[in-house]
Write a protein that binds this ligand. Structure first.
Ligand code: NDP
Length: 464
């Protein structure tokens, strides 16, 4: 039986980073993956999603092109199959890069379904990706669970008729009429993508505003942009059941109030759950908490030899945080270096069109602990002037009135994720509003507005 210092189950963003850093620091490392080398982000998440966002935005640029003097064929059409094939070629390329990166690091790769036999033994059995591989057992001093998460469907009758983001990436044809259920990251992003590709989209959610958890002003602004983008919103609604529409295909969505919508596809974007099935957690005695592996900030589970990183432990559920967790764990185990990341100032983005970028506290979070001054700005980006495209940018700063420290920065508008990533450095560094004011503007840009907001919009007292 092969023996390892560290064995990682799951070659997604977190697992791969953990394995590589451990190997770089002299550990003997093995890693098992059953489906996708590179995991959800590369195959069923961030990367293909962003390529789809680009495809949708390209349609918009074509629409605007005549206003800038370009003679383009109209109406232009979108070829879903061609796009999906191109996207798959890119994903295959990245898949290969992940495999060679792990091999070059001297890590032993196992393709198959890995499960715990006990606290130090793993069995790897054939999976659809490698049906002919033999069953193997390996032993490891330390084991890292990094199998990520998987979409959940609502427990309503006919839920199996819906698809999730997993299936959407591989549909053979574009659904022309779509109902999206859920207005978190995935619901809002896919509503935008499909509408941008020309589908008719209805977005159903149970809150009054989309994107629960984000700053309220941001949420209101996004709701307005969703309308402008031609998506029909149904706030305050809950689905009751789905019914098949007979031989022509299609699905009927029935809401709790009895209203019905007949569509080509219903997409459930209703959250994700930890991918713990068939991991053998019971055999090793690993405890779960609300369906996720219970692990502390140091990634330790209740079993001393077993650790958990990324979505499987339900903390931040984002790629960069899984990477950071994997990196920190590998260093802690094999070469402590005192490195840290500031998870409190974690930047986040929602890739709608226009996208949202946010870092630090929302106004609602901030006023629980601070007296705050709020600066906001709304303006039409220059790019939209000639095509007369509607839709304003929103920029917002949440500043501690007493210390002048910038507690949060929020933006909805073109390039918001790029701009907020840079501003996140400043917020992480504890920047004050005065320092923002001291920064000379870069003109003409949208980002310059963050250093030119002189007049407060309002001042709000602490409301603990
Ligand atoms: P979210 O948790 O973001 O959103 C889930 C949505 O489903 C919410 O609108 C929620 O409503 C709704 N919902 C949940 N249960 C029910 C129910 N029983 N009935 C009706 N509606 C329901 O999950 P997503 O699936 O959008 O994304 C999963 C995770 O993936 C995100 O949390 C994020 O961590 C990650 N992700 C990050 C991205 C990025 O960084 N850009 C992109 C995509 C995913 P309510 O608000 O009322 O609970």
């Amino acid at each position: 039986m092969q023996e390892f210092d560290l064995f990682v189950i799951g070659a997604g963003s977190g697992g791969v980073r953990c394995a590589r850093i451990a190997a770089q620091n002299g550990a003997r490392v093995g890693i098992a993956e059953r489906r996708h080398w590179g995991g959800t982000c590369v195959h069923l998440g961030c990367v293909p999603k962003k390529l789809m966002v680009y495809a949708a935005e390209t349609g918009r640029l074509i629409e605007d092109a005549p206003a800038f003097g370009w003679d383009v064929k109209r109406p232009s059409t979108f070829n879903w199959a061609e796009f999906i094939a191109g996207k798959d070629r890119e994903i295959d390329r990245l898949n290969g890069i992940y495999i060679s990166m792990l091999q070059k690091a001297g890590i032993d790769l196992f393709t198959g379904d890995a499960r715990l036999i006990d606290a130090n033994t793993i069995e790897i059995s054939p999976s659809p990706l490698a049906p002919d591989e033999p069953v193997q057992r390996v032993r490891a001093k330390k084991i890292v669970l990094a199998t990520g998460s998987t979409p959940v469907r609502l427990g309503i009758p006919g839920a199996e008729l819906a698809i999730t983001s997993d299936e959407l990436f591989h549909l053979p044809t574009q659904p022309k009429k779509v109902a999206v259920i859920g207005s978190g990251y995935i619901g809002v992003e896919f509503a935008g993508i499909l509408a941008g590709m020309g589908s008719q989209v209805d977005l159903f959610y149970r809150q009054p505003l989309p994107l629960r958890g984000f700053d309220e002003e941001v949420r209101t602004h996004v709701q307005e942009l969703i309308d402008l983008y031609g998506i029909t919103q149904h706030p305050g609604t809950s689905p009751a059941r789905l019914e098949a529409l007979g031989e022509g295909g299609g699905v009927r969505l029935v809401l709790e109030d009895g209203a019905t919508y007949d569509v080509d596809a219903v997409i459930m974007a209703t959250g994700r759950r930890a991918a713990v099935d068939s991991l053998g957690l019971d055999a090793a005695g690993v405890k779960l908490e609300n369906g996720h592996v219970a692990a502390g900030v140091d990634a330790k589970t209740n079993v001393p030899s077993i650790y958990a990183i990324g979505d499987i432990r339900d903390q931040y559920n984002l790629t960069p945080t899984a990477i950071a967790e994997g990196h920190l764990l590998a260093e802690r185990l094999f070469a402590p270096q005192g490195r840290s990341w500031s998870f409190e100032t974690l930047p986040k983005a929602v890739f709608f069109s226009s996208p949202v970028g946010t870092v630090g506290l929302s106004e609602e979070e901030a006023i629980r602990k601070h007296n705050v001054t709020i600066y906001t700005s709304r303006f039409t980006p220059m790019r939209q002037a000639l095509p007369k495209r509607a839709g304003k940018i929103l920029m917002k700063l949440v500043v501690d009135r007493d210390s002048d420290v910038v507690l949060g920065a929020h933006m909805v508008g073109p390039d918001a994720p790029e701009i907020i990533q840079m501003l996140a450095i400043a917020v992480t560094a504890g920047l004050t509003k005065k320092q923002l004011d001291q920064t000379v503007a870069l003109h003409p840009s949208s980002a310059e507005e963050f250093v030119t907001m002189r007049m407060p919009t309002r001042s709000v007292d602490k409301q603990p």
